[in-house]
Ligand binder design. Structure first.
Ligand code: ADP
Ligand code: MG
Length: 695
């Protein structure tokens, strides 16, 4: 058996351009880039390892019955300089020495059966082409910094869809290829907007473009704007930043922090911008930086984030040109759109292609946002229906059905590839004239033919949003072992990093529409319970959709969580959403107070005063009334409404004293002092500030 494995190993390694240096016991020691280095040696090594693992699994399956033992393989791969001498003994062709070799052995030791573990240097060079995840850093003898191992999961597909060939779109691809070439030549890029109806093929074309760009030497990154269910810290811009920092989608808080630190030491962002990068990568900054961030105005934070985004992509594109893709910007909110514009702006002077996809409906380019891209060369490509011959070719590649059926589907789909796909998938079981006429209805028809467990799972997943995690789905379907293989097999969902993604937003819509309202609410309630303690924002949104009485409280907590990260726009939106569902007086008051505080932080003093005035009406206890009045006064202080503000404090003081709220009294006196100061009443100011200290 070992002889067979060794022969396989040699063949595979050599096929990928490597050499087997020696076999030691049951170990294979392979070299890539010796004697002749190639640009993609690390990727070749990883690819060879994955193939060899598969080969060993096959051999194992064949002999297991006889040997009653499983053969497993594990691999460590490291990249770096080595000292190479031709070997004079029999111990391999070359003698290798150096740190790189020792670390490689260490990585091998960290690989569990079946795992391919690579070092940071290797990972840096292959992460565009392979899915992988950082493991726990380990201490290495004689090294200052701990070693971060990366486990390779699989080779990346340039978009799942590319498993099936692209048809047509030749014109568009030529145009895109010319833009990529131009970008390489002039080391300047542009924004590219792909626009079209749902299902027309925007994502497919964008995936094809990224694959092409990768072949041309671009470093490619992609993110999605979701209409619902985006985890906190994983909005499109943050996902993109995380990807630019080399983080995989499941990277934990420690990995995110390390990545920011690394980016800083590599000079990807300047020291001034480090603090913003923490926020943009959703990483917790060290205390001193956090304090700096806290002391900034909202406008300064916004400006800082925009500058940091620009700097990051400018610097990142110095090494390798960048191709960034943000899908479905028709769902982007105002903050995201501003940040996208900041990213796109860098394209004007750097080798960066910034691709966005959008539907016509909700296309931000059709509104005032367009002027945010002023100064950035922009190419818009509107996708029409597939040409009839292309649609026919696509149909032929998808279906084995008789020609007449296929032709019928092609006519019916009118050049929309998604519709065509769904029609063909359904046609297997029904006559064409019986097939429903919308994608939604088609999805339903197909779901009906799934086994109940999988149908339930697809419906449950639709509750979580277009992207969902397996753990959350398992919780919803109350099956800790559920896996999505069947759904993937049916082209309903596709794996994306550590998560799954509905193959199309319309498929998710169809699945969700198929649920009875009552069931939908039950599932949202279960989802809310799952996200509580994990993600405050998602918990609130699910409680809301479950029509749960817990929704207002959850919105308040979510708003506070976002505010504590200085994401005031998001926090404000959550408080306002909470107010629309809050029926209990106490909750209304708390949400009004939160909204007023946020408005004041955001420099909207007038709105803050009015929010507190509404709070005063909802207030009941002396404490609440005093809080609302002090809040109003704080806004009036900003707007120089001295007399009114002092009057409000006058009214608040007995209430706060009655309630013996010392924090509130302290704030009250401090604020009153702040009114006196610009009025030149310095002694009174001092007295009030002293009183504030006493409390
Ligand atoms: N030119 C094409 N060739 C082959 N398949 C395509 C093509 N365009 C779209 N498709 C397929 O049609 C479906 C919908 O396309 P997609 O790109 O997701 O649409 P959009 O992003 O515009 O909503 C996908 O399954 C995709 O793979
Ligand atoms: Mg799409």
């Amino acid at each position: 058996i070992m002889a067979r494995v060794k022969a396989e190993a040699t063949a595979i390694i050599e096929r990928h351009g490597g050499t087997v240096n020696q076999f030691v016991g049951d170990e294979v020691y392979a070299l890539f880039g010796v004697p002749q280095a190639r640009r993609d040696d690390p990727a070749r090594a990883v690819r060879a390892a994955l193939e060899l693992h598969r080969a060993v699994d096959e051999v194992s399956a064949q002999v297991e019955a006889r040997t009653r033992q499983r053969l497993t393989m594990h691999t460590g791969i490291n990249t770096g300089p080595v000292l190479v001498r031709l070997s004079e003994s029999h111990a391999g062709r070359y003698m290798l020495t150096g740190d790189t070799v020792n670390t490689g052995a260490r990585l091998l030791g960290l690989a569990a059966p079946g795992e391919v573990v690579v070092g940071p240097e290797t990972w840096g060079q292959v992460r565009d082409a392979f899915e992988g995840q950082a493991g726990e850093p380990v201490a290495v003898k004689g090294k200052e910094r701990p070693l971060v191992p990366y486990r390779i999961a699989a080779e990346r597909d340039a978009g799942e869809a590319s498993a099936r060939a692209l048809v047509g779109r030749g014109e568009e691809l030529r145009q895109l290829a010319a833009l990529a070439q131009g970008c390489l030549e002039h080391r300047r890029g542009r924004a590219i907007v792909l626009r079209g109806d749902p299902g027309i093929g925007k994502s497919r074309l964008a995936a094809e473009f990224l694959a092409m760009a990768r072949d041309l030497g671009f470093s490619c990154h992609r993110a999605l704007v979701l209409d619902f269910g985006a985890e906190t810290g994983r909005d499109a811009v943050r996902s993109l930043v995380q990807s630019l920092l080399g983080l995989s989608s499941g990277a934990d808080a420690a990995a995110r922090r390390d990545a920011v630190e690394l980016a800083r030491t590599q000079g990807l962002v300047s020291a001034d911008h480090e603090v913003f990068l923490y926020d943009l990568a959703d990483a917790a900054p060290p205390a001193p930086l956090r304090a700096i961030h806290a002391a900034m105005s909202v406008a300064a934070r916004q400006r800082g984030a925009h500058e940091t985004l620009g700097e990051l992509v400018r610097n990142a594109s110095r090494g390798k040109p960048l191709a960034l893709l943000v899908e479905d910007i028709h769902w982007a909110d105002a903050v995201t759109l501003e940040r996208l514009a900041a990213l796109a702006a860098a394209a004007a002077a750097s080798p960066l292609l910034f691709v966005m996809t959008t539907r016509f409906e909700g296309d931000p380019m059709a509104g005032p946002w367009r002027s945010a891209l002023r100064g950035v060369p922009t190419t818009g490509i509107d996708l029409g229906p597939l040409a009839p011959e292309d649609a026919a070719a696509l149909a032929a590649s998808l279906s084995e059905m008789p020609e007449s059926v296929v032709r019928g589907c092609v006519e019916r789909a009118e050049g929309n590839p998604l519709f065509l796909e769904q029609l063909l998938l359904n046609a297997e079981g029904a006559a064409l004239e019986k097939l429903p006429g919308t994608i939604q209805a088609l999805v339903l028809a197909r779901m009906d033919r799934l086994e109940p467990a999988h149908r339930d799972a697809l419906q449950a997943a639709s509750i979580l949003g277009q992207r969902y995690s397996l753990e959350a789905l398992r919780h919803l379907v109350e099956d800790p072992a559920y896996d999505c293989a069947k759904l993937v097999e049916h082209y309903l969902v596709q794996p994306e990093g550590a998560d799954y993604l509905f193959c199309h937003a319309l498929i998710r819509d169809g699945a969700r529409e198929s649920l009875l309202k009552v069931r939908r609410k039950q599932l949202h309630a279960r989802a809310a319970a799952w996200f509580e303690g994990r993600d405050a924002v998602l918990a609130a949104e699910h409680f809301d959709r479950a029509d749960s009485p817990q929704a207002p409280g959850a919105y308040l907590r979510a708003s506070e969580a976002e505010a504590s990260q200085y994401r005031y726009d998001a926090a404000l939106a959550l408080a306002e959403r909470g107010l629309t569902v809050a029926s209990q007086r106490a909750e209304r008051f708390a949400l009004l107070a939160a909204r007023a505080r946020l408005l004041l932080e955001m420099g909207r003093a007038h709105d803050s005063i009015e929010a507190n005035r509404a709070g005063l009406e909802a207030a009941e206890s002396p404490t609440e009334r005093a809080e609302a009045l002090v809040g109003m006064a704080a806004g009036m202080r900003i707007n120089d409404r001295f007399a009114e503000g002092l009057a409000a404090l006058e009214q608040a003081q007995p209430l706060a004293e009655e309630a013996a709220e010392s924090m509130l009294l302290s704030r009250l006196h401090h604020l009153r002092g702040n009114f006196y100061f610009p009025l030149g009443r310095i002694d009174e100011c001092l007295r009030e500030h002293r009183l504030a200290l006493v409390h």
